[in-house]
Ligand binder design. Structure first.
Ligand SMILES: [Zn+2]
Length: 61
């Protein structure tokens, strides 16, 4: 199985729906794996508009 990315919040999702935003709009076509550890101090987190430490995709198609 391969991980998918949520089209709404870019979170890497294992399963059939995003645990955070509840979206089932997932894409297996994504790139740019990034791990946010300290969202409040991460420029990438700001760019992706996320505030929860987790794994995210930079690009989701
Ligand atoms: Zn989501």
């Amino acid at each position: 199985m391969s991980d998918k990315a949520c089209r709404e919040c870019h979170r890497i999702v294992t399963g059939t729906a995003c645990a955070v935003c509840g979206s089932s709009s997932l894409s297996s076509d994504w790139g740019g794996y990034v791990v946010i550890i300290d969202a409040s101090r991460s420029n990438i987190a700001k760019k992706l508009n996320v505030d929860i430490p987790d794994k995210y995709a930079l690009k989701v198609r």
